[in-house]
Write a protein that binds this ligand. Structure first.
Ligand SMILES: Nc1ncnc2c1ncn2[C@@H]1O[C@H](COP(=O)(O)OP(=O)(O)OP(=O)(O)O)[C@@H](O)[C@H]1O
Length: 340
């Protein structure tokens, strides 16, 4: 059976890849993880199946994240992962090849942008376009960015936090730091080792962040049972950890993000800054869901803050919606196009 192609939008994130198909919405959401057999260099699993292998693989199998800290750390694997997800979405054989928009992490270099375009074309795109992450996030959050009106987006993903002021469809001021969800997890792992002498895995740290983590202390502390390995005895242990401790563990990373928001506001032209003060700041990305983050940014800036609905899928949604504007954007410098 030949697949009929619809245009697709792909959010190529550090933590996860989301695929948006025109007319269907988000059809795929999987972790950006690939499992490889080192002996044969072949791919064993991609996405969800590969993620289950993280930290559980025998010597010859490695489960890797080809995008790290918001950049492509392994081009070949990124290309294979992209191909796998595109094929999974539209099938290997198509009558009409789709146009594909890929939203890339803001830290990628020109060379990496070229690499993403080539990989997407290789995977079967008729034409490939790139879109900047904060622009996609803003569109996905429902902001009308085409007007001469300032909006501030704080997108906290897995690898990077992007803070951008957008007006007339373009980025006026922005900053990107490599502190986001993954750094929160690392901070929790370090805290557990230092304070409790316990080694925990990445997945446990992420669960702790989601369930008891916070950008600040909660009025009523909540607790969670955590399994790890005692570094002295080497044996598995169960301990109870509280949310106040997590707020302490995350404080430094959270402050780095709040400082970045503050510094971007300082560099924002006064007219746009007053628009932002009127309309508020919008947070997107999975990291924006960390408990109390919106409140903390609001306290720090004195500006109202809201977390976008479906914060995690905002970028993919915005990328998908940008498909509708392809014709308008074809000649636009912000969209990079490459036809085969
Ligand atoms: N409820 C939650 N509370 C705190 N963090 C969360 C929550 N849900 C998801 N996250 C975190 O959000 C991060 C992933 O966010 P997202 O999917 O937006 O990133 P990404 O787009 O893949 O990354 P990037 O934009 O850096 O390329 C992960 O670190 C994940 O642990």
């Amino acid at each position: 059976m030949f697949g009929f192609s619809s245009d697709i939008g792909i959010d190529l994130g550090t933590a996860s890849v989301l695929v948006f198909v025109k007319g269907k919405g988000i059809v795929l959401q999987e972790p950006s993880v690939v499992a490889i057999d080192k002996n044969t260099n072949s791919i064993l699993a991609v996405g969800q199946d590969a993620r289950k292998m993280l930290g559980r693989t025998p010597g010859n199998i490695v489960a890797i994240r080809p995008l790290k800290d918001g950049v492509i750390s392994d081009y070949n694997v990124t290309e294979k992962m992209l191909k796998y997800f595109i094929n999974k979405t539209v099938g290997k054989k198509w009558v009409f090849k789709p146009k594909i928009i890929v939203c890339v992490p803001s830290g990628v270099t020109e060379v990496e942008k070229r690499a993403v375009i080539d990989a997407t074309n290789e995977a079967g795109a008729r034409a490939t376009y790139l879109i900047e992450e904060p622009i996609a996030a803003a569109i996905g959050a429902g902001l009308d960015i085409a007007q001469a009106n300032g909006h501030m987006i704080v997108d906290i993903g897995g690898g990077t936090t992007d803070v951008a002021v957008i007006s007339l469809g373009g980025i006026v001021v922005s900053n990107s730091i490599k502190v986001a969800g993954d750094k929160f997890d690392e901070a929790i792992i370090r805290y557990m080792r230092k304070k409790h002498n316990i080694m925990i895995g990445e997945r446990t740290a992420e669960e702790m962040k989601i369930h008891i983590g916070g950008a600040q202390k909660r009025d009523e502390e909540i607790k969670m049972n955590v399994r790890g390995r005692n570094l002295v005895s080497g044996l598995p242990v169960n301990i109870e950890v509280g949310s106040h401790e997590m707020a302490e563990a995350l404080e430094e990373s959270v402050m780095a993000i709040a400082d970045t928001v503050h510094s971007v506001l300082e560099k924002t032209p006064p007219e746009l800054a007053s628009d932002i003060a009127d309309q508020g700041i919008v947070m997107t990305g999975g990291g924006a869901l960390l408990w109390g983050f919106d409140q903390l940014i609001s306290n720090r800036t004195g500006i109202a803050v809201r977390v976008a609905e479906e914060a995690i899928s905002c970028v993919a949604k915005g990328t998908g919606q940008a498909l509708d504007s392809l014709q308008i954007l074809e000649g636009d410098m912000r969209m990079r196009k490459s036809r085969r």
